[in-house]
Ligand binder design. Structure first.
Ligand code: NAD
Ligand code: ZN
Length: 249
C-alpha cells in the first residue's frame, strides 16, 4: 500500500490541474451514513424512494418524518473529519483547486476548502414550495411536520432530489473542469448516481489520471480508475497528504 501511496503522491505533486470528486463516503467518518455500502443507516427504508421528488410532492409529511428530519439532526451535529481536512491540506500545498461534491452536508466548506461545487445542492437552506422564500435550515421549526413557512407553504431542502435537474451552472463547470484536469481524485462515491458518475469518465477520456479512494470496489475501479487506494477516506487521505508533503519538503 505504501508504494502505491507514494506513486499517487508523486503524480499529485507534479500535477498541473488536480480536482476532486467526493461522495457520501467521505462523510461516513463524520457520522453521516451513506446511501449504499457498509454502514448505510437507511436499511429499513429505500433512499431512492424517500429521496425522490415524486415521493416528496405526493406526501411531504411522510418524507419529513421518515427521512429528512433525521437527516437534519445528523447534519446539525456533524463535523469535518480527517478526509475533509486532508483535502484542505492538499489545497494548501497549492495542488488541489476545486472539489466537486455530491454531498449536501456542507462539511468541505466547514473544513476550509475554498472552491466547492455542490453538485446536488445543499441542506443548509430550506425553500418554501409556495412563496419560494429561502431560509437557513437552522431556523426551521421541526416541532410540527412537515415544517411550514409563515405563508403556510411547506419547506423543502434546497438540494437536488432524485428525479430533479442538476443546477445547470454546476453541471457545466464540473464538465469543463473534468475535461481540463490532468489528475482527478475520486473519494467515497459508489459512482452509480448519474450524471455525477460521468465526471471521472469525462476526465479519463480527456487523458487525466484517476485516483480512487474507497474501501469497496465501484464500477469505476476496474476500467476507469488508474489507481485504487482501498481504505477509508480519513486514513488514506492523511497518508497521501503526508507523502505529498514529504516530496515538497
Ligand atoms: P453512496 O451512498 O451511493 O456510496 C457511498 C460510497 O462510499 C460507497 O462506495 C462506499 O463503499 C464508500 N464508503 C463508505 N465508507 C467510506 C469511508 N469511510 N471512506 C471512503 N469511502 C467510503 O454515495 P454517493 O455515491 O455519494 O451517492 C449517494 C447520493 O446520496 C449522492 O447523490 C449524495 O448527494 C447523497 N447523500 C449525501 C450524503 C451527505 O451529504 N453526506 C449522505 C448520504 C447520501
Ligand atoms: Zn412561504
Amino acid at each position: 500500500m505504501n508504494d502505491i501511496i507514494d506513486t499517487c503522491a508523486a503524480i499529485i505533486a507534479s500535477s498541473r490541474s488536480l480536482i476532486c470528486l467526493t461522495g457520501a463516503g467521505i462523510s461516513v467518518e463524520s457520522g453521516i451514513p451513506p446511501f449504499r455500502g457498509p454502514g448505510s443507516l437507511w436499511e429499513t427504508i429505500d433512499p431512492m424512494e424517500f429521496a425522490h421528488i415524486q415521493s416528496f410532492m405526493k406526501n411531504p409529511e411522510r418524507i419529513w418524518r421518515g427521512f429528512l428530519a433525521g437527516m437534519k439532526d445528523l447534519l446539525d451535529k456533524a463535523m469535518p473529519n480527517d478526509g475533509h481536512q486532508g483535502l484542505v491540506a492538499l489545497e494548501q500545498t497549492g495542488r488541489l483547486s476545486t472539489i466537486i461534491t455530491q454531498n449536501i452536508d456542507g462539511l468541505h466548506q466547514l473544513a476550509g476548502s475554498s472552491d466547492v461545487i455542490e453538485f446536488h445542492g445543499s441542506f443548509a437552506y430550506q425553500r418554501c414550495l409556495l412563496c419560494d422564500r429561502r431560509i437557513p435550515s437552522k431556523d426551521i421549526d421541526l416541532s410540527r411536520l412537515p415544517p411550514r413557512c409563515d405563508c403556510g407553504g411547506i419547506f423543502r431542502p434546497d438540494c437536488v432530489f432524485f428525479g430533479e435537474m442538476i443546477p445547470p451552472d454546476c453541471l457545466t463547470r464540473s464538465r469543463e473542469l473534468a475535461a481540463l484536469c490532468d489528475v482527478m481524485l475520486v473519494v467515497g462515491t459508489s459512482a452509480v448516481v448519474q450524471p455525477a458518475a460521468m465526471i471521472p469518465v469525462i476526465a479519463k477520456s480527456n487523458g487525466a489520471i484517476i485516483i480512487e479512494i474507497n474501501p469497496e470496489p465501484t464500477p469505476l475501479s476496474a476500467k476507469t480508475s488508474d489507481y485504487v487506494l482501498k481504505g477509508t477516506a480519513g486514513k488514506v487521505l492523511t497518508a497521501l497528504v503526508d507523502a505529498v508533503n514529504r516530496i515538497h519538503s
